[in-house]
Design a protein around this ligand. Structure first.
Ligand SMILES: [Zn+2]
Ligand SMILES: [Zn+2]
Length: 313
């Protein structure tokens, strides 16, 4: 499981941990300035378009945020990736993926981030800003396979588009990027023993809706949600790993409700609606089976399943 989730192996991990963290944004009191954005965009609503796995396009009134969508399929790990045509369309900035204000990449694992795709996207979309972790930035600079021989030259062209907040665990910062206010927080990935990676979650308002996008945080450390005060923030939509509600059994067979995880979502994040994401192909049967039970515990839970499926809130 740990090998499957780590796309670069222990040596690369050692290197990335040794990379100095770059502070490129100013810090501010978390959440203090977010309300203004909601007022400006309230009339148009928020449209959410599903791409794959944790990949979504959030749009409202000409403002657009793309999350964890620049990914490619893996032979080892059966997560859902965008179809090749769709990925090309996104990278080229073709409608509806044109004029994207912000790209968020939560962490440097292969199911959330392709270094080559991310570099290609930024080269084609020079006005878009990528907000991400120090590890993601490092891989973009050093490990973009398509640019292996000219990598530093290509990265130099887009490095000013990459914003990397410097955060400790449970710390957050508020920044404004291309007219969109974001509160970025650092969370833990998994259980601290496996899958180590810096994870950044994002809280933002678009179309009058307050959205938390927080993949890879699995509820092992509920105190991080408490520290960030998410339950008091009036979150409308929380995009979270399905594992917080359903535990697939070993080898993906069998499944059970994750009652502790559900309590964590309900009490410590308290969204009006939870959106399940990160449902790998073999886990789909379990989610299908247990979704009615999850809905009893967390009414209105949403699971996007089809590429380009779209809902307006
Ligand atoms: Zn991960
Ligand atoms: Zn993942």
């Amino acid at each position: 499981m740990s090998n499957r989730h780590s796309n670069r192996g222990p040596f690369a991990l050692f290197i990335i941990l040794a990379v100095p963290i770059m502070a490129t944004v100013r810090c501010a009191t978390a959440g203090a300035q977010v309300a203004a954005t909601a007022t400006m965009t309230q009339s148009s609503g928020l449209t959410v378009t599903y791409i794959a796995h944790c990949g979504f396009l959030f749009s409202s009134g000409g403002q657009k945020i793309l999350t964890d969508a620049l990914i490619e399929p893996s032979k080892e790990w059966p997560y859902t990736a965008p179809s090749p045509d769709l990925l090309k369309k996104i990278e080229r900035g073709e409608p509806p993926f044109d004029h994207i204000n912000v790209v968020l990449i939560s962490h440097a694992h292969v199911d959330h981030f392709s270094p080559a795709s991310s570099v290609r996207f930024l080269l084609n979309n020079p006005r878009t800003v990528l907000v991400t972790t120090p590890e993601v930035r490092w891989f973009m600079e050093h490990d973009s396979p398509d640019f292996r021989n000219i990598e530093s030259q290509e990265f130099k062209k887009i490095q000013s588009q990459v914003v990397v907040p410097d955060l400790d665990w449970k710390q957050s910062t508020t920044l404004e990027v291309n007219g969109i206010k974001l509160e970025i927080a650092r969370l833990k990935h998994g259980d601290d023993g496996q899958w180590r990676s810096i994870v950044y979650a994002a809280l933002f308002e678009l179309g009058g809706k307050k959205v938390l996008f927080a993949p890879a945080t699995l509820g092992y450390f509920p105190e991080e949600y408490t520290a960030l005060g998410y339950a008091k923030r009036g979150i409308d939509l929380a995009f979270l790993n399905f594992n917080l509600t359903i535990q697939p059994g070993p080898g993906w067979s069998g499944a059970a409700l994750n009652t502790a995880g559900i309590q964590t979502v309900r009490n410590l994040i308290a969204p009006k609606v939870m959106v399940l994401m990160h449902v790998e192909e073999p886990a789909k049967a379990s989610v299908e089976k247990l979704l009615p039970e999850v809905e009893k515990q967390l009414p209105g839970t949403i699971w996007f399943q089809h590429e380009l499926e779209s809902r307006t809130f």
